[in-house]
Design a protein around this ligand. Structure first.
Ligand SMILES: NC(=O)c1ccc[n+]([C@@H]2O[C@H](COP(=O)([O-])OP(=O)(O)OC[C@H]3O[C@@H](n4cnc5c(N)ncnc54)[C@H](O)[C@@H]3O)[C@@H](O)[C@H]2O)c1
Length: 317
């Protein structure tokens, strides 16, 4: 397990900024740690600021330990000191449009470039839960709020320089989802697996739609399946615990996303799905254009109040 899971070691210039949502735990923790270790400026966007701070300290400690272990193999004259990783935290709660907008506005107010947006945070609930905005929890947290962030940050990514990317952590569980606008908000029925699958399917469908409709094609948008990974998410239910011995660890789960976000050979590669650290194919379902249009009509209606005023300048809609 995991032997083909790797990403090339690249030296990331310190001015390149990466947002990693859900960067304090699970897969996101390793995405943030490895990208900052390679030199990037990383902002982890999380719900709980004290947990985020603890995670940042832990990343620094682990990095220093690993750095010193590598240095021990070198001669005294070759040895250097570990650096301070450039990781910051910002508050983000995807289960609330108001709080998601607060994060968007706070980041915009910094007036700094954004090179790579890694939308990794996600949730898998077992029973039907509605958000404060009256949307099914996974629909809003895994899909609608992520789309809102993309729509606001696109112009910033387009003007931040070379090779800017949006990378979403989706799931092969998208196969369990389907688009049914009469039941999209669990109006008629709810199933933990189907509704989780829906949210992950919609990430892939919206990626395809955006790939076609964004006017300036310089920013790439991709979706990644991390594999089945032992994290808080999967340990929260009995099947996940039973699968623990056969699951990837958090680092292995992160490799596919890190590769999609940093590998120079993927520069310009857009509208693709990654699995096992390589571009892979999806079923035909998310590629259906009429279905994508239907999803986006619904999504733009839901998000209408929060959309950027000048959106039509950069998206054909
Ligand atoms: N673990 C797996 O086997 C697996 C498989 C396929 C896809 N994924 C996806 O990988 C991503 C990371 O999951 P993980 O396995 O590391 O689980 P995890 O539970 O360890 O991490 C999820 C992260 O998302 C954050 N999050 C959840 N709801 C949020 C909200 N409302 N606002 C902001 N942040 C929120 C959590 O705080 C946490 O940091 C998710 O998108 C998940 O759907 C995981």
């Amino acid at each position: 397990m995991g032997s083909n899971l790797s990403f090339p070691e690249v030296e990331i210039p310190p001015e390149r900024t990466y947002i990693v949502t859900g960067g304090n735990t699970g897969i996101g923790y390793y995405i943030a740690k490895e990208i900052s270790r390679m030199g990037g400026h990383v902002i982890i966007a999380c719900r709980n600021m004290s947990k985020a701070e603890t995670a940042i300290q832990q990343m620094q400690e682990e990095y220093e330990k690993e750095f010193k272990e590598k240095q021990a193999k070198l001669s005294e004259t070759e040895r250097t000191e570990p650096r301070r990783l450039n990781i910051e935290k910002m508050e983000l709660d995807l289960a609330s449009f108001e709080k998601t907008m607060r994060f968007i506005e706070e980041f915009k107010a910094r007036n700094c470039p954004l090179h790579v947006l890694i939308l990794n945070a996600g949730i898998h609930v077992h029973n039907k839960e509605m958000t404060e905005d009256s949307y099914e929890m996974m629909l809003q947290s895994n899909y609608l709020s992520n789309l809102l962030i993309i729509l606001h940050f696109l112009p910033l990514l387009q003007t931040s320089g070379e090779d800017c990317r949006i990378v979403q952590t989706t799931s092969a569980g998208y196969r369990f989802g389907k688009l049914d606008t009469n039941n999209i908000n669990a109006q008629q029925s709810f199933s933990s697996i189907t509704n989780y699958g829906n949210s992950k399917l919609f990430q892939i469908m919206s990626m395809h739609w955006l790939t076609r409709h964004v006017k300036d094609k310089s920013v790439t948008i991709t979706s990644c399946h991390p594999g089945y990974v032992k994290t808080q998410m999967t340990q929260g239910y009995s099947f996940g615990r039973a699968m623990a011995a056969f699951s990837r660890n958090g680092y292995e789960g992160a490799t596919t996303i890190i590769k999609a976000a940093t590998d120079p050979s993927y520069k310009g590669e857009t509208g693709v799905y990654f699995s096992d650290c390589k571009i892979s194919s999806t079923t035909s379902y998310p590629k259906n254009i009429e279905r994508q249009d239907e999803l986006m009509t619904y999504s733009f209606q839901v998000l209408d109040k929060y959309l950027p005023r000048d959106i039509k300048q950069y998206i054909d809609m």
